[in-house]
Write a protein that binds this ligand. Structure first.
Ligand code: GLN
Length: 457
């Protein structure tokens, strides 16, 4: 298939001035690439896209009531200069701009349950509107402890071991900033959720990446063994895993646990998709022998209750680790939304039937998307959990994931997420794109129909 967009590599090779023209005309929409690291620019379109992204030397227009348009250099602290507008923000903006069906950013296009929304309204009416206690409304800390006991069998102290945060993203930031010193080594499994690397950069950590590769995205144990050492401060786990849908097996987690214990390494575990575990049971690393005392378990309300905009998250950790998390949290946000916390406590006490139904609904959505993507001609990798599925786009002949997503938005009218932004080396993700199935069935079917009609091998 011809790439109708202007990522043509021959043009890219013509040099900076040609490229500037290209970027002026075509790159405004596709400010995809996140890093300025030179070693990660292996193919022309990646380097092209990177050069097209504003840097500190570029200028932006600004206008106030009293002044003409002035040109100001963009400013950002060094710790964040290699990161770009998040891929989720970029793709959702493009979905709106091009009227494309958004199977990119992972937010449901349906609402959370009535009983939770009503609880929030009631909390506002009842006057639960001033600052919450910094580490959480007591009732929510209790509800989180109850749920953790139900899920893992562990009894935790809601007062000393649970910190309520503004979404799991803040729990991640507070954990990194509260427990990682500049220069500490932290291991990430790529592809990884974009905020991990950015918050580690804010903390001054040295990031070590281990790439999980298709088809099963298994942990390369030997590579992990040779990467982990006494210099490693922490390892970040995310199971079920965004973007691949991989779930870490018990065998993998056992090996990881024993390496962490042997080398005195902390585990930061992002478990926001724990209730969307389809093919196997979710295992919290904290529940493995000897692991609770070295693990921060992070979760949130958003995915489980289809309320991603509420931004209610939490971190569970033994008191000696909770101290660091809370110190960072205290000065990041201090406390999070009071009425939403009251409602979150009610949500977490939902009957088991709620979770069963949630999973059943998502299984049906998953089947529509996965079967649809297969019939369109993608190579679809198995996803055991989350509401994401990763596919190999190469049957359609586009040169990389960014080019493919660009084509898909503009020519087909569907948004997916290019995965190269989730790797330390973007080349590793150039064949893979992520689709989400957290949309109503009609939307999923419409997206599949568009692809069937317009995507040709
Ligand atoms: N977790 C969501 C996803 O992976 C996105 C969250 C965000 O936009 N930062 O799609």
């Amino acid at each position: 298939m011809q790439n109708k967009f202007t990522w043509p590599s021959h043009e890219m090779r013509l040099g900076p001035s040609t490229f500037l023209n290209f970027s002026k005309h075509f790159c405004a929409d596709f400010n995809f690439i996140r890093t300025g690291r030179p070693s990660s620019a292996p193919c022309p379109s990646f380097s092209a896209a990177m050069s097209a992204v504003p840097t500190q030397n570029d200028v932006v227009s600004g206008q106030t009531e009293s002044t003409q348009k002035t040109q100001q250099p963009l400013q950002v602290a060094k710790r964040l200069e290699k990161f770009k507008t998040t891929i989720f923000t970029q793709m959702s903006n493009l979905a709106i701009k091009h009227g494309a069906i958004n199977l990119g950013q992972g937010f449901p296009n349906f609402d959370g349950p009535e009983f939770v929304k009503e609880a929030a309204i009631q909390a506002v009416i009842d006057g639960k509107n001033q600052y919450a206690r910094g580490y959480g409304v007591p009732d929510l800390n209790n509800a989180i402890a109850e749920r953790f006991k139900k899920d893992t069998g562990f009894v935790v102290d809601p007062e000393k071991e649970i910190t309520v945060t503004s979404g799991c993203t803040e729990a991640i930031a507070a954990t990194m900033l509260g427990l990682i010193n500049p220069g500490d080594e932290v291991i990430l499994f790529a592809p990884f959720y974009d905020s991990y690397e950015a918050t580690l950069s804010m903390a001054g950590a040295k990031v070590k990446g281990i790439t999980l590769r298709p088809p099963d995205f298994a942990v390369p144990i030997d590579e992990l063994r040779s990467t982990i050492s006494k210099n490693t401060r922490a390892i970040l786990l995310n199971s079920p895993h965004n973007p691949t849908g991989k779930m870490f097996t018990r065998e993998e987690l056992d090996v990881i646990a024993s390496l962490c214990i042997e080398n005195d390494v902390l585990v930061f575990s992002d478990e926001v998709y724990d209730k969307l575990a389809f093919e196997m049971d979710h295992i919290s690393p904290a529940s493995l022998p000897g692991m609770y005392e070295r693990t921060v378990t992070m979760n949130s309300l958003g995915k489980t209750f289809s309320l991603t905009g509420w931004k209610i998250g939490w971190a569970i950790a033994p008191p000696h680790l909770t101290w660091g998390v809370r110190q960072a949290h205290s000065y990041l946000t201090f406390a999070t939304s009071t009425p939403m916390q009251w409602a979150a406590a009610i949500a977490l006490r939902a009957p088991d039937s709620y979770y069963v139904e949630l999973k059943r609904d998502y299984q049906a959505k998953k089947a529509i998307l996965v079967e649809g993507l297969k019939s369109v001609g993608f190579k679809v990798y198995p996803s055991s959990g989350t509401y994401f599925v990763v596919v190999d786009h190469t049957p359609f002949g586009l040169e990389n994931d960014v080019a493919f997503c660009e084509y898909l938005i503009k020519e087909v009218g569907v948004v997916a997420i290019p995965t190269s932004v989730f790797y330390l080396n973007p080349e590793d993700g150039k064949n893979l794109v992520r689709f989400t199935f957290c949309k109503d069935e009609g939307t999923l079917r419409a997206a599949v129909d568009r692809m069937k009609e317009k995507l040709r091998r």
